[in-house]
Design a protein around this ligand. Structure first.
Ligand SMILES: [Zn+2]
Length: 70
């Protein structure tokens, strides 16, 4: 179950990115996620930008889940 959080800058944990199609899970350290995606990025924007390294499923097609703690 994904938590709701406003922008990337506000998270207190690493960013977990999970592929719904193949189950691949990546954990991005918080600082890296902010550097790569931008601190003002919203969860749905993150999902729209990334794709699974393993199977190529795209977040904008609804295959990627993101999670982090506030
Ligand atoms: Zn995948």
């Amino acid at each position: 179950m994904a938590h709701i959080w406003p922008t990337l800058r506000r998270i207190k944990s690493d960013l977990t990115i999970t592929c719904r199609r193949c189950g691949n899970r990546q954990v991005w350290p918080r600082a890296q996620a902010i550097q790569v995606l931008g601190g003002e990025t919203l969860p749905h924007q993150i999902r729209g930008k990334i794709r699974c390294d393993l199977c190529g499923a795209r977040g904008r097609d609804g295959f990627i889940d993101t999670d982090a703690r506030m």
